[in-house]
Write a protein that binds this ligand. Structure first.
Ligand code: PAF
Length: 294
C-alpha cells in the first residue's frame, strides 16, 4: 500500500501497472472514509487489478461560506481503510499539486449544463462544476478503466455519467448502492456533525423513501401523491427542514408526473447546519441487512 502525493509519481506507477496488462480502478473521495467508501473500494478491488483511492478535499466544489475548512480530514484513517479493503495506493495530493496557479486561478472548468441546475445545484450553483472539473482532472491523472461512485449522491453520479458520455472519457462509471446505518440513515462523512437529537431523527429520510416505495408497490403512480406521502413522513422529524422532495427521471433528473420502477425519489433535509441527502429507485427501496426500512 503506497501513499502518493505527486501526479508524476502516480502516473509512473499506473503506467507500469497498465503496461503489465493490469486494469486500473479509481475511487475518488474527499477522505473521511466510512463504510460507504469501503464498499466502493471492495467493489473496485473485486473488479480491477490495481485500485487507486484518491483523497482530496476539492476547494472548487465549495462556495464561500460552505464547510471547506471544517470538512473532516483524517488521512491516516483513510489509508488504513483503503488498504484494509484492497486498495493498492492512495493518491493524496496537496492543493498546490492539483491547482498550481491557485484555486482562484483555475481558468478551465467542466460544466454539465441543465443537470447541474436543479436539486443540489439550486442550493449550490457552482458545486457541480467544481465536482466535474476535479473528476475530469482525476480521470486524466489516473487513467482508470473503471471509476466507482456511490448512489447516495445520485445527482453527482448522473452528472458524472453524462460528462463521461459527452466528452468520451474512456472510463466506465460504476454506481454502487448506498450503504446505510442499521437504522437506515445513509452513510455520509457529514453525519458526525449531527447532534444526538438530530441523529435520532435522521432515519426519517430512509423511512420516508420506504413509504414512497411502498405506496408505489401498492399501485400509486402519481408523483405528486408520492411526494405528499414522503413529506408526511418527514414531518415526523420536528427539527427536519425539507429542502426538496421530488420524483425524477434517473437520466435527465427532470421531475416526472407519472412514475415507473426506475423513477428516482430524491430528497434533501436540513437538521440544524447539516444537510442530509437520500434517494432510492421506486422499484428498489432502501434495504437494511435485516430487511426493508420501516
Ligand atoms: O463525492 C465526493 O466525495 C466528491 O464530490 C468527489 C466525487 C470525490 C469529487 O471531489
Amino acid at each position: 500500500m503506497q501513499i502518493v502525493t505527486t501526479i508524476v509519481e502516480l502516473r509512473g506507477l499506473l503506467d507500469s501497472a497498465r503496461s503489465e496488462g493490469r486494469t486500473v480502478g479509481v475511487v475518488p473521495t474527499m477522505g473521511a472514509l466510512h463504510p460507504g467508501h469501503a464498499a466502493l473500494v471492495d467493489r473496485a478491488a473485486a473488479e480491477c487489478d490495481t485500485v487507486a483511492v484518491t483523497v482530496f478535499v476539492n476547494p472548487l466544489q465549495f462556495a464561500a461560506g460552505e464547510d471547506l475548512d471544517s470538512y473532516p480530514r483524517d488521512l491516516d484513517g483513510d489509508v488504513q481503510v483503503a488498504g484494509d479493503h484492497g486498495a493498492d495506493l492512495v493518491f493524496a495530493p496537496s492543493e498546490t499539486e492539483m491547482y498550481p496557479a491557485g484555486r482562484d486561478r483555475v481558468l478551465s472548468e467542466v460544466r454539465v449544463a441543465l443537470l447541474s441546475d436543479g436539486m443540489e445545484g439550486a442550493q449550490r450553483p457552482t458545486h457541480f462544476a467544481g465536482v466535474c472539473t476535479v473528476v475530469a482532472k482525476l480521470f486524466n491523472i489516473v487513467g482508470p478503466a473503471n471509476a466507482y461512485f456511490g448512489e447516495k449522491d445520485f445527482q453527482q453520479l448522473t452528472i458524472i455519467r453524462r460528462m463521461v458520455d459527452d466528452l468520451s472519457f474512456p472510463v466506465t462509471v460504476v454506481g454502487c448502492p448506498t450503504v446505510r446505518e442499521t437504522d437506515g440513515l445513509a452513510m455520509s462523512s457529514r453525519n458526525v456533525r449531527l447532534s444526538p437529537d438530530h441523529r435520532a431523527q435522521a432515519p426519517v429520510l430512509a423511512a420516508s423513501l420506504a413509504d414512497g416505495a411502498a405506496a408505489f408497490a401498492d399501485g400509486e403512480r402519481s408523483a405528486d401523491a408520492l411526494v405528499r406521502i414522503v413529506e408526511d413522513r418527514l414531518a415526523d422529524a420536528p427539527d427536519g427542514q425539507v429542502d426538496y422532495v421530488a420524483v425524477v427521471d434517473p437520466a435527465t433528473l427532470e421531475p416526472v408526473g407519472v412514475v415507473d420502477r426506475s423513477s428516482r425519489l430524491v430528497l434533501a433535509v436540513r437538521f440544524g447546519g447539516t444537510r442530509l441527502l437520500d434517494n432510492a429507485a421506486l422499484g428498489d427501496p432502501p434495504r437494511l441487512a435485516g430487511g426493508s426500512v420501516s
